[in-house]
Design a protein around this ligand. Structure first.
Ligand code: 13P
Ligand code: SF4
Length: 310
């Protein structure tokens, strides 16, 4: 189907089905442009919690749509491509997590929202990159804490909060692919540039960053900064919104290792969603996200704790 017809049809279905389209910044630009709201993981969860729509079309990855379903059991939540996973969520299986957790009695469990509903049921509180520091600091300084599944975000939080967190060994395939040598070479070409990085990036990248934050945090920093040139160490999809919100600024994607399976800084999972698939999932109400009521009720507790603390 032609793009303009697809957009017309999506708009028609949006009214007919009383649907809201929520998109993450890492979605392709056509999807961002037709979305009702584009945001970071925390903002998207808040929008999902507050919506009065009957259908939530989640243009993001599975754990995001699943979180929306946990918050809205009575609504239809659809994801354009059910295979849109996440290396962090996929690398943290409940059976392994249960064994890991059992080794650390007396520890509270803080999990990054990039994990499955099953992992959330085993957590005390969920966090996103924009509220993780606040969530960790909500516990007494001497409270032992397990943090999963992102070890890079965990190391960053250890440093920021001056706490010795026990870390699960997971990572994001996109953010671990940035090359420090290439980044330094690029910075030498643009010495006036500010380097902005997502905390899922490795410690060596974060050490040279001028600003570290969630996708919305990076966007706000760039829009409000007096600097003109930015090297952006996160998934390249955010450059679309950045170009719209910070016109005239020079935005350079941080370079990735050439020999990495992900030689560009694109998330293959996020990019599985297309405008065509989005139209189809609205039309057929499929693929639909389902969560058993038992799992949902348990997973809801740490998500609600996060929303209360945010
Ligand atoms: P935020 O948008 O919360 O910064 O998360 C980035 C990410 O990797 C989502 O998968
Ligand atoms: Fe997961 Fe990384 Fe893709 Fe985000 S960018 S969905 S953390 S693999």
């Amino acid at each position: 189907m032609e793009k303009d017809i697809l957009i017309q049809e999506i708009n028609r279905l949006r009214k007919e089905k009383n649907a809201v389209i929520l998109a993450h910044y890492y979605q392709e630009k056509d999807i961002q442009d037709i979305a009702d709201f584009v945001g970071d993981s925390l903002e998207l969860s808040k929008k999902a919690a507050a919506t009065s729509a009957d259908m939530i079309v989640f243009a993001g990855v599975h754990f995001m749509a699943e979180t929306a379903k946990i918050l809205n059991p009575e609504k239809t939540v659809v994801l354009p491509d059910l295979n849109a996973g996440c290396s962090l969520a996929d690398g943290c299986k409940a059976e392994d997590f249960i064994k890991w957790k059992a080794q650390y009695p007396g520890h509270k469990v803080v999990t990054y929202i990039n994990c499955s509903a099953d992992i959330k049921t085993l957590s005390d509180v969920v966090c996103t990159s924009s509220n993780a520091k606040k969530i960790i600091e909500s516990f007494p300084q001497d409270q032992p804490i397990l943090f999963a599944p992102d070890r890079n975000l965990g190391k960053y939080l250890q440093n920021e909060t001056n706490r010795d967190l026990v870390l699960w060994d997971g990572s994001c395939i996109v953010h671990e692919a940035f090359s420090l040598d290439k980044l330094i070479a690029l910075y030498k070409e643009y010495p006036k540039a500010k380097i902005v990085a997502h905390p899922e990036s490795e410690t060596q990248i974060l050490k040279v960053a001028h600003y570290i934050g969630s996708t919305s945090g990076m966007l706000n920093y760039i829009v409000s900064s007096d600097a003109e040139i930015f090297i952006v160490a996160t998934e390249a999809g955010i450059l679309h919104k950045l170009a719209q919100d910070a016109p005239g600024k020079t935005l350079i994607p941080a370079p990735a290792y050439e020999d990495n399976t992900c030689a560009c800084s694109e998330c293959a999972f996020m990019k599985l969603n297309t405008l065509e698939k989005l139209y189809r999932c609205m039309k057929y109400g499929y693929p639909e996200i389902k969560v058993s009521e038992e799992t949902r009720l348990k997973a809801l507790v740490p998500i609600q704790r996060m929303l209360e603390l945010s």
